[in-house]
Design a protein around this ligand. Structure first.
Ligand code: HEM
Length: 575
């Protein structure tokens, strides 16, 4: 299915290009209209008529250029992509002022037309405008993944991380011995260790949202489909990927000139097989008297009690309950938001450890000193492992999973430091450029956890109101700030502290030269994937137990965990 979706996408451009010629006159008119108000816009690179700066930015890998422009233009710059005004914020104080302090105006989304309006039928939370439907979803999720609620999931994260360790131990050097390559849309072979990390993060999110686990690592078509849908979404939503996103006038074309619309409608049906299927499964469980603890199951029960056992269609009911399609997408979207972002961070952490062996040695010393070999680290150890936490923060600083965050949109005309910001502009927090600012982070390209290493005070993660003192901006800003940041940080801590504690990671060795094969972190194209959510490309690692004592503890805890799943009424692991 994925392959055919891909092929269709690339064929669509011819017809759109033809249509483009017909509408050029209209666009010129719009562009000229715009120029009259552009005198006080922020500085920025000179564009060309009609298209603006569209040809100066790589659609799939824009962040290196955005970093260079941030150095050139300072805290704010302006671009035009077709008829879209883009304002890019390069300093924490600018982003905090606009996206944080003025968030009543800046909390909408720059919605990608093809990915959101058509492929998601307007129901994807992450791209919803700042409206009643978005507020309803956000409120419902606050009691599930917000600060206090996130603590309830720690037991599950702790148990899943034991399975993670066991899987890595059994995996050993399998992804070095076997030749494994990426599939379409960045698909990951199920026998690669990346799939083990994904299983962990997806299982954590799946149980929070659907009350189910990912208990099978191999032959798991649902897991494949989840990642096919994610991969396709990231590609379709990438700004600049479709002309109809950039030139709204093209949206009025009939289907015959707009094959992208037909393609996106088919993708919508394909996505609904997954999200709708998961919803149907929960509805069937509810009707069959099976009580699950996931968000969707509790929501369905509460909705039924309020008189809406059945609520087909999209949007909200008159009294504010999510109808089926909105509920299916909202739940799936949070699964999407939480799985690959967290997995990519764990994979990037391992890549940095291989590249910086002295950091790996130091973090291991810390973990050994605090924990010893008799037990695994727990959440209570967080404050005593400040260097490990600093390594996680430094990973996020160097490689934010969304290098340019998720763009916001401003709903009213505004001004900032004398610059005009037109209503409807897309507002991008240039996350990576902020992280690579050499005034704040000397030698920014070097992985140096000591920047964040503090002792004698409780661990601070990514959040906090003071923008200038936040360690990183990977979770965004204001009212759209990542709602799952506490779940993410807990998963990262428990998985990585235990990995460092129990498992020795090493790179494969080249048989001819005897040198280790470690991907070069400074090579953008070879080492890092592209797209709006990105992380390391596949790389081989050997996983060995640190000692027989560690190995025994990992195996025993895996066995214990199986009993726990049984008690909790969840599926045991099948290996
Ligand atoms: C390292 C892991 C993660 C990263 C880097 C990340 C990043 C982000 C970013 C950049 C945003 C948009 C912020 C903005 O618009 O300013 C966001 C929103 C969000 N994230 Fe995360 N996220 C992560 C993990 C998670 C997890 C684990 C969950 C759920 C369990 C989650 C759920 C959400 C939700 C619900 C939103 C709100 C979407 C909206 O209001 O539009 N995220 N995240």
């Amino acid at each position: 299915m994925n392959r055919s979706l891909n092929t269709m996408h690339f064929q669509s451009t011819d017809a759109v290009a033809l249509a483009c010629i017909f509408v050029v006159t209209l666009i010129v008119y719009r562009a000229l209209q715009h120029r009259s108000s552009s005198a006080r816009l922020p500085p920025g690179p000179l564009g060309i008529p009609i298209f603006g700066n569209i040809f100066q930015v790589s659609a799939l890998r824009p962040h290196p250029k955005f970093r260079a422009w941030a150095v050139k233009y300072g805290k704010i710059f302006y671009l035009r992509l077709g008829s879209q005004n883009i304002i890019v914020l390069n300093s924490p104080d600018a982003a905090d002022e606009l996206l944080g302090n003025r968030s009543s105006k800046y909390s909408s989304r720059a919605t990608p037309h093809v990915a959101h309006d058509i492929m998601s039928d307007g129901q994807r939370m992450v791209f919803k405008p700042y409206d009643k439907e978005w507020k309803t979803i956000r409120k419902s999720m606050q009691g599930v993944i917000g600060f206090h609620a996130s603590k309830q999931h720690r037991k599950n994260q702790e148990l899943e991380s034991r399975v993670l360790l066991y899987d890595l131990l059994c995996h050993g050097d399998q992804s070095i011995r076997e030749v494994q390559t990426e599939g379409p849309n960045g698909g990951i072979p199920e026998r690669h260790w990346f799939a083990i990390i994904r299983r962990f993060t997806t299982s954590v999110a799946l149980s929070i949202l659907y009350g189910k686990r990912v208990h099978r690592l191999h032959n798991n078509p649902q897991l494949h489909k989840i990642y096919d849908v994610f991969g396709n979404f990231v590609r379709v939503a990438q700004p600049g990927n479709y002309l109809a996103d950039t030139f709204p006038i093209l949206r009025t074309l009939p289907d015959v000139f707009a094959p992208w619309r037909v393609e996106a409608q088919r993708m919508h049906e394909w996505e609904m097989e997954l999200w709708g299927g998961l919803l149907d499964d929960s509805v069937a469980a509810l009707r069959g008297g099976i009580v699950r603890s996931g968000f969707i199951d509790r929501y369905l029960r509460a909705r039924a009690e309020a008189g809406h056992e059945i609520a087909p269609g999209k949007g909200l009911t008159d009294n504010g309950w999510m109808r089926d399609k909105l509920l299916a997408y909202a739940t799936g979207d949070v699964l999407e938001a939480g799985s690959d972002t967290t997995a990519g961070t764990i994979q990037a952490f391992i890549l940095f450890m291989l590249n910086y062996p002295h950091v790996l040695r130091r973090v291991r010393e810390e973990v050994d000193e605090v924990i010893g070999a008799e037990r695994m680290p727990n959440f209570e150890d967080e404050d005593n492992l400040p260097y490990l936490v600093a390594c996680i923060k430094e990973t996020l600083r160097c490689r934010p999973p969304a290098m340019l965050g998720v763009p916001h949109r401003v709903d009213e005309d505004d001004t900032y430091e004398g610059y005009f910001i037109p209503k409807g502009s897309t507002i991008i927090g240039n996350v990576w450029a902020m992280h690579m600012n050499s005034h704040r982070f000397p030698d920014p390209d070097i992985f140096e956890p000591a920047r964040f290493h503090t002792t004698g005070e409780p661990t601070k993660w990514g959040g906090g109101p003071d923008a200038l003192n936040r360690s990183h901006y990977v979770f965004g800003w204001g009212r759209r700030f990542c709602q799952g940041s506490y779940v993410a940080e807990a998963s990262l801590f428990i998985a990585l502290s235990r990995l460092i504690w129990g498992i020795d990671i090493s790179a494969p060795v080249d048989g001819l030269t005897g040198k280790q094969i470690i991907p070069d972190i400074s090579n953008e194209e070879l080492t890092w994937s592209d797209g709006f959510i990105n992380g390391p490309r596949l790389f081989g690692v050997r996983f060995n137990p640190r000692s027989e004592k560690h190995a025994k503890l990992i195996r025993d805890s895996y066995d214990d965990v199986q009993l726990e799943w049984q008690t909790m009424g969840l599926d045991g692991d099948e290996r």
